[in-house]
Design a protein around this ligand. Structure first.
Ligand SMILES: [Ca+2]
Ligand SMILES: [Ca+2]
Ligand SMILES: [Ca+2]
Ligand SMILES: [Ca+2]
Length: 603
């Protein structure tokens, strides 16, 4: 395309070799489209250059460097800017530039819906407008509803040929063939939304709302809207909402314009489950449904106080779909959340299962994901590892019977360490908010606990949730130990006063034995740049797995291969480690199955 040439005044004679080395500014993305001969300075284009938006540029700029002394370390460099102006060719068909489409109100007759607007990425002077529009010649059924007319001033308009009824159909996708002045054409789709008119009477309706109130601390919270039957869906401005008896429900308030019900801060929660049967009147002046003709609406509200322990000891999963899909009742009136609760209480053999968090997972992908948290208890709460372990084993059954598409069991914000923490240390922190999350469909609302797993780019500190006394609504003593408040803290009375078996501080179990059949589930290890792990064991077996950290065969996450396994193999220790770059195996020579205690430390 061009040759650059540099001279070195130190040499003084331009007829001899100037010992210049040429190179491109590699820090620029654009450099990959060009090459340069480092001796001759010949610049070549090696990939096609695009002039047009959205990915191309009409002008391409690039710095070209020349360095004397053959580019050596003591050489001095200078640069020149290369500017390439691209000539346009007509290689783009136009597209409709109409945002969300057009709105056309129902019940009107024939009329002009709107002006058609297009744009073209090529130069407007030569390869763009004027544009021509027609209904896609291949499309059939749209012709009964719409036509395109060219007005005398050259603009094109879309016209309605029939009277539309929004209650019959809300939107139409109209395929339109649009061409530029040179005849480059494409078919683009225009969305026509049929606008609503309040042309239906409302009838009485009923709905239900379930609220989990974290520790009873929820602030004033919107918990769902009063529902009446009405085929219209844009007529909220015509409606007014009232309590049937405004003094009967001091714990609730109502937005009279929107019908939103508010649960007030400090609501009296005498029982674990508190139910309220709220009654409302809804008026619509336009249809004279006022005064005695107002329509009644009932809302069943259930409020359950959920203690901190339930949330701290919750298991979690991430499913594909929107939160609404998980709480909306099916034809038989049962939601996936209800079914999940029933099935898990059977699998876990637990009297109470609470599914108290249902929220948008907030992942960057285009795909909708929902995070769900649940806990289970008979008398003590089950550990999260147990909940998630059982869930993992039953994953296939659950997916099939509930129609759940489970993306992840144990929501792990560190899973993609590269993204979360640039590959460094990462641990999961459960952030619990007193502010609940509302998930709403027409006839049901679910107000859940806002608990999210967030990635912290550090090594996990000991859990910061350790209580300072027994009265925190949280028994710090493990394994059925009894908590006693003492001056400056608490003490635990462990079930058996056997220091070899229970730790003194919190009755933690210090040892467990397995007969070759059993195992124990433990919380996973955080991804830590600098971790130490130590354990004591005593065995006479020649083979056995001491520790495994990694994906379960029932719960494989694509792209994640990290795992660690420590096993006794032929009486010797063997360690498998994979941090994502292949499995490494470490073997030790000593026999460890000699019936004495062996201490293993891994750093
Ligand atoms: Ca064009
Ligand atoms: Ca072009
Ligand atoms: Ca209507
Ligand atoms: Ca209406």
């Amino acid at each position: 395309m061009v040759t650059v040439e540099a001279v070195d005044p130190d040499i003084g004679d331009e007829s001899v070799d100037q010992n210049i080395t040429y190179y491109l500014d590699r820090s620029s993305d654009r450099a990959s489209y060009f090459s340069i001969d480092e001796r001759t300075g010949d610049v070549r284009i090696i990939k096609p250059l695009d002039r047009d938006a959205p990915d191309g540029f009409p002008t391409w700029n690039l710095y070209i460097f020349a360095k004397d002394m053959n580019g050596g370390p003591d050489g001095i460099e200078n640069y020149v800017e290369l500017v390439v102006e691209l000539k346009d060719i007509n290689d783009n068909a136009p597209y409709l530039d109409m945002g969300d489409g057009l709105v056309w109100t129902e019940n009107q007759g024939i009329g002009e819906i709107g002006v058609l607007v297009a744009d073209d990425y090529d130069t407007p002077e030569k390869n763009g407008p004027p544009f021509s529009f027609e209904l896609d010649p291949a499309a059939r059924d749209v012709r009964q509803w719409f036509e395109i007319k060219r007005l005398s001033n050259g603009t094109h308009v879309l016209e309605a040929l029939v009277t539309f009824d929004r209650e019959q159909r809300k939107t139409y996708d109209v395929p339109i063939k649009v061409c530029d002045r040179k005849g480059e054409c494409a078919v683009d789709s225009l969305t026509v939304t049929i606008g609503d008119v309040n042309d239906n009477l409302m009838e009485s309706g009923s709905s239900s709302i379930f609220v989990y109130n974290y520790e009873g601390l929820a602030p004033d919270t919107e918990i769902g809207r009063v529902f009446v039957e009405d085929p219209d869906d844009w007529d909220l401005p015509d409606k007014r909402f009232k309590f049937k008896d405004r003094y009967k429900w001091p714990d609730f308030a109502l937005d009279e314009d929107t019908g939103m019900i508010i649960m007030k801060r400090g609501i009296q929660l005498d029982q674990e489950l508190n139910t309220y049967f709220l009654e409302f009147l809804v008026e619509d002046e336009k249809h004279r449904q006022i005064g005695p003709a107002a329509v009644s609406a009932t809302v069943n509200v259930t409020v359950q106080r959920i203690p901190k322990e339930a949330v701290v000891k919750s298991g979690s999963l991430r499913i594909r779909g929107r939160p609404e899909d998980f709480i909306v009742p099916d034809a038989s009136g049962v939601s996936k959340r209800d079914r999940f609760k029933t099935v898990m209480s059977k699998y876990l053999n637990a009297t109470f299962v609470d599914v108290f968090t249902v929220l948008d997972a907030d992942v960057d992908d285009d795909e909708d994901m929902t995070d769900v948290r649940f806990s289970a208890h008979g008398s003590p709460y089950l550990a999260p590892e147990k909940l998630e372990g059982v869930l993992t084993k039953r994953k296939a059954d659950l997916s099939a019977s509930l129609g759940l598409d489970i993306a992840m069991i144990h929501v792990d914000a560190c899973m993609d360490e590269e993204k979360s923490c640039n590959g460094g240390s990462c641990y999961n922190h459960l952030k619990i908010s007193e502010e609940p999350v509302l998930v709403r469909t027409n006839r049901t609302s679910f107000v859940g606990v806002q608990a999210r797993t967030v990635a912290h780019c550090a090594c996990s500190a000991p859990p910061g949730t350790e209580p300072s006394s027994c009265s925190d609504g949280f028994n710090p003593c493990l394994n059925g130990g009894e908590c006693r408040n003492v001056l400056g803290g608490y003490e635990c009375d462990c079930p058996a006063d056997n220091p070899d078996f229970f730790g003194r501080r919190r009755c933690e179990r210090l040892a467990a034995s397995f007969n070759g059949q059993g195992w124990s589930w433990q919380p996973g290890l955080p991804a830590c740049g600098n971790s130490h792990l130590s354990l004591h064991f005593n065995t006479q077996y020649e083979y056995g797995t001491l520790l495994y950290v990694g994906p379960s065969p029932y719960n494989v996450v694509s792209g994640v291969t990290d795992f660690m396994a420590l096993e006794v193999y032929k009486g010797k220790l063997r360690l498998f480690v994979n941090f994502g770059d292949g499995t490494r195996i470490l073997e030790l020579e000593q026999k460890v199955n000699q019936n004495w205690f062996t201490q293993v430390c891994a750093h």
